[in-house]
Design a protein around this ligand. Sequence first.
Ligand code: 6GU
Length: 228
Amino acid sequence: MRIDIISVVPQLLESPFSHSILKRAEAKNLLHVNLINLRDYSINKHGQVDDYQFGGGAGMVMMCEPLANAIDDLTQKNGKYDEIIYMTPDGLCFNQKAANRLSLKENLLIICGHYKGIDERIRQQYVTMEISIGDYVLSGGELAAAVVVDAVGRLIPGVLNDETSALFDSFQDNLLAPPVYTRPADFRGGKVPDVLLQGNPKNVDEWRHEQSLQRTKQRRPDLLEGEL
Ligand code: 6GU
């Protein structure tokens, strides 16, 4: 998969993909994240990419031309994108199902917004998907884009091995993950449940499923309702 990310602060995105699982995904050639500085497509020598909003009001708006020129140039170089994603707090809320769906694509473009956001006409003419990562406001789309790339990247077939398998992740089956334990079997009086020490895989599976259900009922009952 190739993911191109357009940003006015691409430096914010250099570190998240240089470690751990996503670094391995890059090393295995399963994922390529490519950062594009929007200022390279600025309309003038001052590097301008934003302007005052029509109708007045505080805050700048990211202009049409730099974004359109960047998207056109990238599309010409790299082929048509499967999705052009705009990161915005007024987008649809990202979840595991969206991550699963995106992990099957080949070619994604992510636009990170700043200031008051991007000119509405770019959303109408180019953007195919608008994503928010939750009901709070970030100062830019970059950290949200990093969240999406991480959640999607680890699901690309071949990125995870048995040890890091996504099969038992929280949310993968709309349930929260069960509690986990490692040595010692007794930590300051806190004991590991017997069933995990006894080594009967069927009992362990049943216990984990029961714990998952209990945890989900207690903490996230919404996950158990309204599923298709
Ligand atoms: Cl995608 N962007 C910004 N700026 N804030 C957010 C967000 C995105 N998702 C939640 N808050």
